[in-house]
Design a protein around this ligand. Structure first.
Ligand code: ATP
Ligand code: TPS
Ligand code: MG
Length: 318
């Protein structure tokens, strides 16, 4: 039987229970939330698996490839903490590598890990190591914050905004897969994305209470907000921020660029929804308004309902 990642998680979660009252949010958001005295702790874990998230042979085209992979491992978990409005603090790394392994590659990987942990002041406090046929890197990250944002807090009348530009990472991945590099800055966005930790904390401090990050695709992650909040989201495609590099890649076609922006994944930008009174504060943090929350269900781009498409492990295809 072919599995669907999200039905699988929902099936598994029905078998599990929460025993402690301090667990405020379990399975279902970007991180779990546990009350910890007068603050909250955030828990998340992510993996990078050979042939799923990266190809080993990219190391022959990309200098320092494993250095970038080390950075990316930390960034993707930090992005989940950022989308709760938290600061990453402690982490543990699981390393699953073949029995015979190039030590230089591992050194490079840990150079990337340690650089990003220094930048974000994350202490690595443990992990585990095992042999494995596919290279697999996993990070478990704990964050902290005084308040938190959820996917499920969107209300009709809210505006919807995002950080950065969208679609760059998918266009970078496409070039790596085709082994044809035309616009390198897009490949850099795929290899070395940014986690929006500062924006997450600051937007939460402004009073924004709805947030998630773009890992699977803009449309897919808008759906996660729409479904968990019981509302619909309308996006105006002309307001979706696209980078000049992406437009160079699509030889100026905004329509083609929008396909990467709407359905490509791994941008690790934040999506927020908020009341109009917060607009100037949110914009001053560098967010771009792309749409609004309305009553109903689904995600609409230029008034047309769009399919919930993005990256789905097992379900395949974007
Ligand atoms: N095997 C599992 N068992 C229990 N919970 C899981 C499992 N896999 C995922 N989850 C939980 O399901 C929810 C959604 O997971 P998912 O990995 O899709 O998170 P995401 O933030 O949407 O994506 P990303 O990991 O790319 O940031 C999270 O709360 C996560 O902790
Ligand atoms: C070789 C190769 N093929 C495809 C992709 C694209 N991809 C893999 S996982 C994912 C979603 C986010 O991951 P997760 O859901 O695990 O957090 C995306 C967009 C890639 N990175 N490498
Ligand atoms: Mg996430």
């Amino acid at each position: 039987m072919k599995l669907d990642e999200f039905s699988l998680i929902s099936f598994l979660s029905r078998k599990l229970s929460i025993f402690q009252p301090e667990v405020l949010i379990g399975i279902g958001d970007d991180t779990a939330v546990v009350k910890n005295g007068n603050k909250y702790s955030f828990y998340t874990t992510d993996v990078l698996v050979e042939n799923v998230h990266f190809l080993d042979n990219w190391k022959s085209n990309v200098p320092d490839f494993y250095y970038f992979l080390g950075r990316k491992l930390i960034t993707i978990s930090a992005s989940d903490v950022a989308s709760m409005g938290g600061m990453p603090v402690y982490g543990l790394i699981n390393l699953l590598i073949p029995e015979v392994y190039d030590l230089k590659e591992l050194e490079e990987f840990y150079e990337g890990v340690s650089e990003l942990c220094n930048e974000l002041r994350i202490s690595v406090i443990g992990g585990d190591t095992s042999k494995s046929s596919a290279k697999t890197f996993s990070f478990f990250l704990i964050g902290e914050g005084k308040k938190f944002m959820l996917r499920s807090n969107a209300k009709p009348g809210d505006l919807v905004a995002v950080t950065g530009t969208l679609g760059d990472s998918a266009a970078g991945l496409e070039q790596l897969l085709k082994k044809e590099i035309k616009v390198f800055p897009l490949v850099e966005r795929f290899l070395n994305p940014t986690s929006r930790v500062r924006e997450g904390v600051e937007v939460s401090n402004l009073g924004v209470i709805t947030c998630t990050d773009v890992s699977d695709s803009l449309v897919f992650n808008l759906y996660t907000i729409a479904e968990s909040s019981g509302i619909a989201i309308k996006v105006d495609s002309k307001n979706i921020p696209l980078s000049p590099h992406l437009l160079t890649y699509t030889t100026g076609s905004r329509e083609k660029a929008l396909r990467y922006a709407l359905y490509g994944g791994e941008d690790y930008e934040l999506i927020v929804t908020f009341e109009e009174s917060l607009l100037s504060g949110v914009e001053s943090l560098g967010f771009t308004v792309i749409g609004e929350v309305v009553e109903g269900e689904g995600v609409f781009v230029d008034n047309k309902k769009v399919e919930k498409k993005g990256y789905n492990h097992f379900g395949g295809e974007r």
